[in-house]
Design a protein around this ligand. Structure first.
Ligand code: SME
Length: 174
């Protein structure tokens, strides 16, 4: 599987309509699950997910993880895209809100989200998924797009299910 996954090539930052985005994600998910099967190292999984979700979710300009490194502190982890902020306190931004509440943050317009952190000034919408394992908030999966409303609830649900399946297991080493 060294070539990545089998998807129709699309230009970076293309915004497909929601049914087309879901069809692309549904084509990718079994391949992503197959690539990760048997892996137990969290960094290897985060790096591989950042790569494969970046190929799948072509509407993104940032796709990757912030890892919890303290009681209320996140540090940037494996990602693809423009340079991200290095550290984010739980009190700040969309990622902080996700880490604090452990709830998915679906933000169709980041300018309407108080405290949004603009690492890339072109980002217009964002989706952040909590990574919880064995009852602990371990990381967040952050997706940013230069398009407004680039993510929907159905994508959020699928990504949350994937993240739970691969990280919330007894054998994963963070
Ligand atoms: N926008 C995020 C910060 C992370 S970056 O955009 C990569 C936030 O508000 O938490």
């Amino acid at each position: 599987m060294s070539e990545g996954i089998d998807l129709v090539p699309l230009a970076r930052e293309t915004l497909l309509d929601e049914p087309a985005r879901l069809a692309r994600l549904d084509a990718a998910l079994p391949q992503i699950r197959a690539v990760l099967a048997g892996e137990t190292d969290a960094v290897a999984m985060q790096a591989t997910l950042a790569c494969l979700l970046w190929e799948t979710l072509v509407q993104t300009n940032w796709c990757g993880f912030y890892r919890r490194i303290g009681e209320t502190l996140l540090s940037v982890g494996p990602y693809q895209g423009t340079m991200g902020c290095l550290r984010i306190d739980f009190a700040r931004g969309v990622c902080g809100a996700c880490a604090r509440t452990r709830e998915v943050q679906l933000v169709p317009d980041v300018e309407a989200f108080p405290g949004h952190i603009g690492c890339d000034a072109r980002s217009r919408s964002e989706l952040v998924i909590p990574v919880v394992s064995r009852g602990e908030l371990r990381a967040v999966l952050d997706l940013d797009s230069p398009h407004l409303a680039a993510f929907g609830r159905a994508e959020a649900d699928r990504l949350l299910a994937l993240v739970r399946e691969v990280f919330d297991r007894d054998d994963v080493v963070f």
